[in-house]
Design a protein around this ligand. Sequence first.
Ligand SMILES: [Zn+2]
Length: 310
Amino acid sequence: MASTPPSPATGYRGRLAPSPTGYLHVGHARTFRTAFQRARDAGGTLVMRMEDLDPDRCRAEYANAAIEDLKWLGVRWQEGPDKGGPFAPYLQSKRHSIYLAVWRKLLRRGVLFPCRCSRKDLETAVAAPHERARVGTGGGKFDSLDDEPLYPGTCRRFMGGTPQLPGPTSDLESPGRTNWRFRVPDGEVIEFVDQNLGPQRFVAGMDFGDFVVWRRDGVPSYQLACVADDAAMRITEVVRGADLLKSTARQILLNRFLGFSNPLWYHCRLVVDHNGRRLAKRHDSLSLRALRQRGLTPMNILSADLPVEI
Ligand SMILES: [Zn+2]
């Protein structure tokens, strides 16, 4: 297997950011392999960052398996939880103070509000036909980052402070036991040129609504942790699955209010099953573990003719 030179010749910094909520499947393999190749071709550095923030869903067993599976696949990185590096720690679960600082910065910018809506409140709002909420292509899946229904705006009145919380919001030291949402600029067009998929365009308030940046169980959201880490780790290009295109639009907004520069983005087309469904944990038979046990080689997996989402 080819390896990346130890001293990067360029400023390119890419990252691999697996979430250890299950075993990696063939779709992950292709995306991570692409990330590796782009860093290697650029003579840059590849960072492994374990996105293990959600204590209910992440397991050490899966984190270890991800590292092992990626190594088997021939993917190599220069910084990571198993290697250390100048931007350690590389486990998101150990970076809480960094996320808290970012939450405070956003709060001071006046773009956050506390949201007391329960999941049931949001489902009811989406179900009501007169509401502005428009269900995305996911049909109301709350667990999908890109397809969550539009937030109906119920708690926007808490912008900039709320009498239920002690003192002015800008003095808050901690998010407490509530969800915090970022208020999107309704109607603003967010455009970027994806390095793989070309020009992308999303409208805030239509394609996505006010999104959660901090959860009531004390866990920062994917959006917040991702921009905080990509900035702190000086990532110059993000290679990830096309299921996160809309998250990129959200992250462009966060970067703007945080004063972070945008990295480049390269979104990989998603591998789908023969029914056109995206691969997920239900596809255990397509996990790298299972394929390897059946005797397939990394080359078999990477070169197989698999259907992709258009
Ligand atoms: Zn709310």
